[in-house]
Design a protein. Structure first.
Length: 94
């Protein structure tokens, strides 16, 4: 699951935009250059297709990748209202 998700994010890569993002954020991690709307589109697909347990597992894997856009996606997977009340353990797993 995580390999497929990362491959989908990497398919959105834009080298010039990634370089700009790295310069702006000044954090030593990988940047793909994907836009927030592109990441949000993937997150919406994953939310619709995955169970709560699978979303938490995917979020953990995305976060551990230390790729900027993957971390944004992980946070977005865990911030929907019904997830907050159903799975407080979700944040603890990260």
């Amino acid at each position: 699951m995580i390999e497929t998700a990362l491959a989908r994010l990497e398919a959105l890569a834009d080298a010039a935009r990634a370089a700009d993002m790295a310069a702006y954020h000044k954090v030593a991690r990988r940047y793909l250059g994907a836009t927030v709307p592109q990441v949000e589109e993937l997150v919406a697909e994953w939310r619709a297709a995955l169970t709560l347990e699978d979303r938490v597992a995917l979020a953990a894997g995305l976060w551990e990748s230390d790729i900027h856009e993957a971390r944004v996606a992980a946070a977005k997977l865990l911030t929907q209202a019904r997830l907050r009340s159903l799975a407080s353990h979700a944040w603890a797993s990260l």
